[in-house]
Design a protein around this ligand. Structure first.
Ligand code: SAH
Ligand code: SF4
Length: 382
């Protein structure tokens, strides 16, 4: 992304009066912060272990460090996560955290348990600048990039909430960890905040910390073509592309970024995405919009577009929100669409709706909480 975008939407700087948060610093930055205190590099290694492997937030409890060092750390630093404003658990086990950021902004993180994995859906921005017509996040006005600490902090909040740090009193997870996979599919466009997302994912992948393998991390983009190659080369994470249409005409309408990076350009970037092969396919997300992108002709065009790309397609039933213009395709239409793809040997699961009793779909809890706050304020004015 251009420097100007990164600057215009940068997270607010930490105030010099406050203690500095150690979460979100790279290993090198942590070592430099310790060097400033006159400490040797191995201290940074010990701290890293406490912060990201043990999940400890209290310096006083970091018993492998000397008492004097713990006291000096406590004077200058914190180990902070975003504050939890609301934590909800759905009937189906889906969890959702609404998080308060230091500047009053809010983001959300969703945990989806499945039989063989637990996936955490992480946000990368407050709001989104891209205004896709079917997406509620795109209508939210306030936008800024999340800092590395705010991105990696979402994973730490989930580990806190699920009680899955070793030695946190809960005895650690009984049968392995619950958060096994990360998808950058929450609020925001991760490739418009590439540097901070990359810094956070490098921390998440570190084997001596959160230790989530790059094979278990998927970044979803609306198609920010100039950043895709770098993302594959530097982070080597799985790629998901929000395709949602099979002609430039429709995609221009529902996803305005298509005017900048049209289908041919996007699919060429997919063809050359580093590390793609049959065992590691690109996921194409396709939201089913009644009468817009769900015809048999669309399905056949989609097959032609994906030729030569190791691909799978996730068919997503459209999730309506108050004031949304679209309707979800009927079940029979979705099935027909999926069958046409399957006949062409393209795996095309239909995504199940999860956590609908806690408004787990993108952007909904945040707007529900804002609506409530507004109505409370209105009530107070009466
Ligand atoms: N900005 C990135 C990642 C976040 S959106 C992107 O667009 O890929 C995660 C996925 O949810 C995207 O595929 C997005 O198109 C889809 N989505 C957004 N609003 C939706 C809705 N109302 N119903 C169903 N899927 C939606
Ligand atoms: Fe932004 Fe993705 Fe929503 Fe489009 S679909 S507005 S890129 S979050």
């Amino acid at each position: 992304m251009s420097r100007s975008h990164a600057q215009a939407f940068a997270p607010p700087p930490e105030s010099a009066a406050e203690r500095r948060n150690l979460v979100g610093l790279s290993r090198a930055e942590l070592a430099a912060a310790m060097a400033e205190l006159g400490e040797k590099p191995f201290r940074a290694k010990q701290l890293w272990h406490w912060i990201y492997h043990r999940g400890e937030t209290d310096f006083a409890a970091m018993t492998t460090l000397s008492k004097d060092f713990r006291a000096r750390l406590g004077e200058r630093f914190t180990v902070a996560r975003p504050a939890v404003a609301e934590a909800l658990v759905s009937r189906d086990g889906t969890r959702k955290w609404l998080l308060n950021l230091p500047d009053g902004q809010q983001v959300e993180t969703v945990y989806i348990p499945e039989e063989d994995r637990g996936t955490l859906c992480v946000s990368s921005q407050v709001g989104c600048t891209l205004t896709c017509k079917f997406c509620h996040t795109g209508t939210q006005r306030l936008v800024r990039n999340l800092a590395p600490a705010e991105i990696v902090g979402q994973i730490m909040v989930a580990r806190d909430g699920l009680g899955e740090w070793p030695g946190d009193g809960s005895g650690g997870p009984a049968e392995g960890r619950q958060v096994t996979n990360i998808v950058l599919m929450g609020m925001g466009e991760p490739l418009y905040n590439y540097d901070n997302v990359a810094a956070a994912m490098k921390i998440a992948m570190d084997p001596e910390g959160l230790s989530i393998s790059k094979r278990k991390i998927t970044l979803s983009t609306s198609g920010v073509v100039p950043e895709m190659e770098r993302c594959g080369r530097e982070l080597d994470v799985n790629l998901a592309v929000s395709l949602h249409a099979t002609s430039d005409e429709t995609r221009d309408w529902i996803m305005p970024i298509n005017k900048k990076y049209p289908l041919k350009m996007l699919l060429d970037a997919c063809r050359s995405y580093p590390g793609t092969h049959n065992a590691r396919r690109i996921t194409f997300e396709y939201v089913m919009l009644k009468g817009v992108n769900d015809s048999e002709e669309d399905a056949r065009r989609l097959i032609a577009l994906l030729k030569g790309i190791p691909a799978k397609v996730n068919l997503i039933p459209f999730n309506p929100w108050p004031g949304s213009f679209f309707e979800c395709s009927d079940a029979a239409t979705i099935k027909r669409f999926a069958d046409i793809l399957s006949a062409a040997h393209i795996s095309s699961p239909v995504r199940a709706t999860r956590g609908d009793d806690i408004l787990a779909a993108c952007g909904q809890l945040k707007s529900e909480s804002e609506r409530r706050k507004k109505s409370e304020r209105a009530g107070a004015d009466l």
